[in-house]
Design a protein around this ligand. Structure first.
Ligand code: F6P
Ligand code: MN
Length: 503
């Protein structure tokens, strides 16, 4: 090969390096890949037995460079003599030897250290690990939804008929039931018994963990009684949406899981929890402001499976390593930009939005800007995916009040409040337009006569009222805006001027 040819080839490779850098979202890997290719050409050019690379071997993305018996396969531009695949190697992604793993902290280690540092959540490490395991299982269920027989309405095991509509007025699907069961068991079945009761989007009323784990709270048998006491001694209550945005599954789009954990107030769930029938739960633990939450998080099932968690001191992101099935801390100390350009609302509803939101949108569209930045719109239709996008890139997510839903659509307890805690902990904000989401107190039930005082139930009407009030409190909706401080502040200003109390 003449010097001129070698020079020309080097020039071409330099150009390919430039193009790879320009096109790549991971510039450093592109640099390394291209440098690897350059190395081969450079060393090969001085090798007397060099044969030029044949265009394709074993698929269009593979090039073959002759080195006698020791042929080297090059994946696109990727190669260095030390890492290239050898002849006969399958180009498998899983466990591929030349995919170097990063040295990242595991979620388990993170929890051990962080929960130990914070006395208010010390006993939650195993609970949160169990939740992360549930997320892995839900991830697999979601991935199997198209290939396995997981679709269709849920069947009530008692009647053998299709389950009734859930509390949201939707027909419960098999997937909802499966994912709900996994989350119930994660919170209530963790070996440390930290959680004593749970409330889920899929359940009309909260449930004690004794009930979730299948113990009859009304029996006073010694064994049953003891177990009930153990389950109900936990210091925390948990709220969750097991599968958020589940309609997206049909079209292979992202879905998520959201959860929050509160410390139960002193006195609630004491011996009184071993009560009878419908009031075998205690609402006080659930109907608290979001400011009382000690931990919140979400799992996103998307191109990667991500768990984002706050324990009240910053936000940390973990990505599921698909080979080892463990969560690794890929996003330590996540911070949302102070201002961003993402606008994530369901635009189709905009005609029905409240006046302040319409004015905000009008201004945004007329100027093409939001918070002084050029605006761009993204909407996946699953809260977790949309909020994660805003958290990473900055901007605002919103589900405002509409004509049909005067409080919006999102549920305070297990959607808006956990997301607001995450946003605030990452340096962003969560607002109803008129105030902080975390300050909203869920509606409290009318107090009923104390059974222990008069020794009698108030009757079935009273039970029904109580249950209705409980459901209202647990599943209450709230207009929700989440994102960068500057963007949320701007939206709040529109509420100030054009809102109910504004001029
Ligand atoms: O849980 C409610 C939810 O499914 C969210 O995940 C999602 O952000 C929203 O509804 C989508 O609602 P819409 O289809 O009205 O935009
Ligand atoms: Mn949801």
């Amino acid at each position: 090969m003449t010097r001129a040819t070698v020079k020309r080839r080097r020039g071409l490779l330099a150009l390919s390096l430039f193009l790879a850098l320009a096109a790549s979202s991971t510039p450093w890997s592109a640099v390394l890949l291209s440098v690897g290719a350059l190395q081969i050409m450079t060393s090969s050019s001085s090798h007397p037995s060099l044969r030029t690379c044949s265009p394709t071997v074993g698929g269009s993305r593979f090039r073959r460079c002759g080195h006698g018996d020791d042929d080297i396969f090059v994946l696109g531009l990727k190669a260095s003599s030390s890492t290239a695949l050898r002849l006969g190697d399958e180009p498998q992604l899983q466990g591929q030897p030349n995919m170097k793993k990063k040295d990242l902290r595991t979620l388990q280690r993170f929890l051990e250290v962080e929960c130990w540092k914070l006395p208010q959540i010390r006993s939650l490490d195993r609970t949160l690990l169990a939740v992360s395991d549930a997320c892995k299982q839900i991830n697999r269920i979601v991935q199997r939804a198209q290939t396995d027989d997981l679709y269709g309405a849920a069947i009530d095991p008692k009647t053998g008929l299709e389950a009734e509509l859930n509390v949201q007025g939707e027909a419960q699907q098999q997937l909802d039931v499966l994912c709900n069961t996994l989350m119930l068991r994660a919170f209530c079945g963790a070996s440390n018994d930290a959680v004593c009761a749970v409330a889920s989007e899929e359940e009309p009323l909260p449930r004690s963990c004794a009930d979730v784990m299948g113990y009859d709270v009304s029996t006073n048998s010694l064994v049953g009684g003891d177990l009930v006491k153990t389950f109900n001694s936990g210091e925390y209550v948990a709220v969750f949406d097991p599968i958020d945005g589940s309609k997206n599954i049909d079209s292979s789009l992202p879905v998520g899981t959201v959860f929050g954990i509160y410390r139960r107030p002193e006195g609630s769930y004491s011996s009184a929890l071993v009560r009878e029938k419908s009031d075998s739960y205690d609402l006080d633990g659930f109907l608290q402001r979001g400011t009382k939450m000690v931990a919140a998080g979400y799992c996103l099932y998307s191109a990667t499976t991500v768990l984002v968690l706050t324990l009240g001191s910053g936000v940390h992101g973990f990505t599921l390593d698909p080979d080892r099935q463990i969560f690794l801390q890929t996003h330590p100390n996540m911070r949302i930009p102070d201002v961003g350009s993402l606008y994530s609302f369901n635009e189709a509803n905009s005609r029905d939005y409240s006046e302040p939101v319409q004015k905000f949108l009008k201004n945004m569209k007329e100027t093409g800007k939001m918070g002084g930045k050029k605006v761009t719109s993204r909407y996946v239709g699953a809260l977790v995916a949309d909020v994660h996008n805003v958290l990473i890139n900055g901007g605002i997510y919103g589900y405002p009040a509409t004509r049909d839903n005067p409080n919006g659509k999102l549920r305070l307890l297990y959607e808006s409040a956990p997301m607001a805690m995450i946003m605030e902990q990452a340096g962003g904000a969560g607002s109803t337009g008129y105030g902080r989401i975390l300050d909203v107190l869920p509606p409290q039930p009318r107090r009923r006569r104390n059974r222990q005082d008069d020794g009698a139930s108030g009757g079935s009407n009273e039970d029904a009222d109580w249950n209705e009030d409980a459901g209202k409190g647990i599943h209450v909706r709230v207009p929700t805006f989440l994102g960068s401080v500057e963007n949320v502040f701007e939206l709040d200003q529109f509420h100030k001027y054009y809102g109910e109390s504004g001029g």
